[in-house]
Ligand binder design. Structure first.
Ligand code: AMP
Length: 296
């Protein structure tokens, strides 16, 4: 089984269109994406304002025993994209119920062998990881907000997991270098074995020891909303590893490709709808097409 912990949010996303109070959150995207590969449990907190229809969407894909309904407002995120949809500016991050959340791992999730700590308070992420009894592979992500407010906790969190997945811009910000190889090496020095740097429309780089495995993104002509692409990438990746119950290098490479595939579905529709209307068959077909595309 796989457990995902992290933010569930109400997002305001500004592209050419403005969408308010959309179902969002790093854990939402990651857990839904992972659910196409493995049974997924979600641990998160939402507020009294969290719509029942969003709870129903979560329930359709994942086990929600770990979703706590607290008093107060749901975590909110407000972000704008530039015309090219490649640069995102954060307008507002309201932690609300996430701020003092004291997460508890439901008994049924404690034996999860695969754990993904999606974007969230790094202190909470590090603490919750210790509550799992037999983790085989753990992975975490972070975002500018946490790097600028809790950098030393972010570094500690990265030292406590097997793998870090992070955006190129955030990797540069965190390690204060412009070179992604140097950035990955620095993150590995903090204790993690694998680093996956996501490069948006340019795909990803996987690092392990001296190995670098680049995978291009699945080329897309029509992108409407990049929100959640990174989280869908991570969910697809760890979901695939969990489905194979393996952490072999060849499986990790395939998992990174599935990450790119899930990210490509996420950007095709607004909000979570790029990944809520999929079939396993469509994912596999795109994976096979990708394999042909990169073969030479
Ligand atoms: P991505 O586009 O993959 O980087 O992820 C965007 C999602 O991350 C949005 O749905 C947000 O709700 C969520 N998010 C944004 N900022 C934070 C934060 N500081 N902590 C946790 N989740 C966040």
């Amino acid at each position: 089984m796989l457990t995902v912990f992290g933010s569930v949010a109400l997002d305001t996303i500004r592209t050419t269109k403005v969408i308010r109070n959309a179902l969002g959150g790093a854990a939402t995207y990651a857990a839904i994406s992972a659910s196409y590969f493995a049974d997924t449990g979600l641990i998160a907190v939402v507020g009294h304002d969290f719509p029942t229809r969003y709870q129903s969407i979560l329930e359709k894909f994942v086990d929600t025993k770990g979703v706590v309904h607290a008093h107060g407002r749901t975590f909110r995120y407000d972000g704008s994209y530039d015309k090219t949809l490649s640069i995102r500016t954060t307008n507002k991050t309201e932690l609300n119920v996430l701020k003092d959340f004291n997460p508890i791992v439901p008994e049924q999730y404690r034996k999860s062998e695969f754990v993904y700590l999606a974007n969230n308070d790094p202190k909470q992420n590090t603490k919750i990881l210790k509550e799992f009894d037999r983790v085989k592979f753990s992975m975490c992500d972070t975002i500018e907000f946490w790097i600028s407010t809790k950098k030393s906790d972010v570094i500690k969190m990265m030292g406590s997991v097997d793998s870090v997945v992070i955006n190129d811009e955030e990797a540069k910000l965190l390690t204060k270098t412009h070179n992604l190889i140097k950035a990955a090496k620095k993150i590995m020095e903090w204790g993690t074995k694998y680093v996956i740097i996501k490069k948006g429309e340019h795909g990803s780089l996987l690092f392990y020891d001296d190995i670098v495995f680049p995978s291009p993104a699945f080329s897309m002509e029509n992108i409407v909303d990049p929100t959640g692409a990174g989280d869908s990438f991570a969910g697809g990746m760890i979901g695939y590893l969990s489905s194979k119950n393996s952490t072999k290098m060849t499986t990790i490479k395939e998992a990174a490709v599935y990450g790119n595939i899930m990210g490509s579905f996420a950007v095709e529709k607004y909000g979570v709808y790029g990944i809520t209307r999929l079939r396993k068959r469509r994912i596999k077909t795109r994976f096979d097409k990708y394999r042909k595309m990169v073969h030479f």
